[in-house]
Ligand binder design. Structure first.
Ligand SMILES: [Zn+2]
Length: 376
């Protein structure tokens, strides 16, 4: 059996009032033993209680990564017309400067919404790097697939992951990856223009601490991108304990967009924006249906009833475009506050003093605040 800890209260707001939301859910993805309950807090968080104790956590991820090292498809690098259209789209929409790009990419993208959305999510809506050496941290980077994407897009990309095997796999591909999680990203400086939390926040024991740490890692004006299963999704209502987004006992807490927005604001983020949801219903419905039938959701064949269900999934995708609150996943961006005028002025003074000092051949000015050290 898995060693558990009992919370008795919401891990986000500490309220003890709650109602059972999903009872007796099993791990239909990786077969971790046990039956698990999710509780709904009045604050909007859906949380697992009891949940695996800290010492038990490596065990519940034993089968998590395939560690297969097939490089992710860089669809904008494909030769020919389709690749040129994709490059044209990324240039027009996100400010890249890919050569050999078709201007049709800018013109036709409203017509090809699904294909374009795939591309948006593939690059995680990343605007072109503003300068050489723009730094990006992918938290929970696994074997580093997204780091390969980010590097191709021109970012100086690094990652952290709590799984030593994933870190080893990523390093074998020549990627800059360290062991770590959130909170507990190690001694990394606040030096990233971009922090990515792709399906991470639902896994952490302390989501408030994790967002505070993500905020700390960003330079002033830096951008956080996060995506995770949506606690208020129609999929959860339809599939209940079998919904793919629950994934007990690895998902500790789930949120809807409004709760996330409040948490991000409390962590000091601004310009918080929900992005149009991913067309995720085909994946979520298919996997949930497999789980409901006790099948491995990653096996090749379609689950029973899939022919009928497929239409409902396509309807769910269309509905989510109109009502993003129903979607299976929620994706948001938020920004660290820019430098205040006062801080910018004092920073300039420090830089001037340092420049003077260097000219005079003396040592650089000491006592420079750590977060104002852009060269790390
Ligand atoms: Zn709460």
């Amino acid at each position: 059996m898995i060693e558990v800890e009992h919370l008795g209260r919401c891990p986000v707001c500490a309220r003890t009032e709650r109602r059972i939301a999903v009872a007796d859910a099993a791990d239909g993805v990786f077969g971790t033993p046990g039956r698990w309950d999710y509780w709904a807090c009045a604050c909007g968080v859906l949380y697992l209680d009891p949940r695996p104790a800290p010492d038990a956590i490596p065990g519940i991820y034993r089968h998590y990564y395939t560690h297969a090292l097939a490089d992710p498809p860089l669809r904008w690098r494909e030769p020919g017309f389709r690749g040129a259209v994709r490059r044209g789209y990324l240039n027009a929409r996100y400010g890249y400067r890919f050569p050999d790009a078709s201007r049709l990419g800018a013109l036709t993208w409203p017509l090809r919404r699904a294909a374009v959305k795939n591309l948006d999510f593939m690059i995680r809506h990343l605007p072109a790097p503003a300068k050489a050496g723009t730094r990006l941290l992918d938290v929970g980077c696994g074997n580093g697939d997204f780091l390969i994407v980010a590097r191709d897009l021109g970012f100086e990309a690094s990652g952290i992951d709590p799984d030593p095997a994933a870190v080893a796999a990523a390093r074998s591909r020549g990627l800059d990856v360290a062991l770590g999680g959130l909170p507990g990203s190690g001694s990394r400086d606040a030096s990233f223009e971009h922090v990515m939390l792709s399906h991470v926040l639902e896994h952490v024991a302390d989501p408030v601490g994790a967002l505070a740490e993500a905020r700390r890692l960003l330079v002033p004006g830096g951008r956080l991108w996060l995506s995770l299963p949506n606690a208020s999704s129609d999929g959860l209502k339809r599939f209940g304990p079998h919904w793919r987004g629950l994934e007990p006992p690895r998902h500790f807490a789930l949120f809807g967009a409004e709760r996330l927005r409040a948490l991000l604001a409390a962590a000091g983020f601004e310009r918080i924006e929900r992005l149009p949801p991913e067309d995720a219903a085909l994946f979520y419905f298919r996997q949930s249906q497999a789980i409901a039938h006790g099948l491995d959701p990653y096996r090749a064949e379609d689950p029973p009833g899939w022919n009928a269900l497929r239409g409902f999934a396509e309807t769910a995708n269309r509905r989510a475009r109109r009502f993003p609150g129903c979607a299976d996943t929620v994706t948001m961006i938020a920004f660290a506050p820019p430098l205040s005028a006062e801080t910018a002025k004092s920073r300039l003074r420090v830089d001037e003093r340092r420049a003077d000092g260097l000219e005079a051949g003396s040592t650089p000015v000491e006592g420079r605040p750590r977060e104002e050290t852009p060269e790390h």
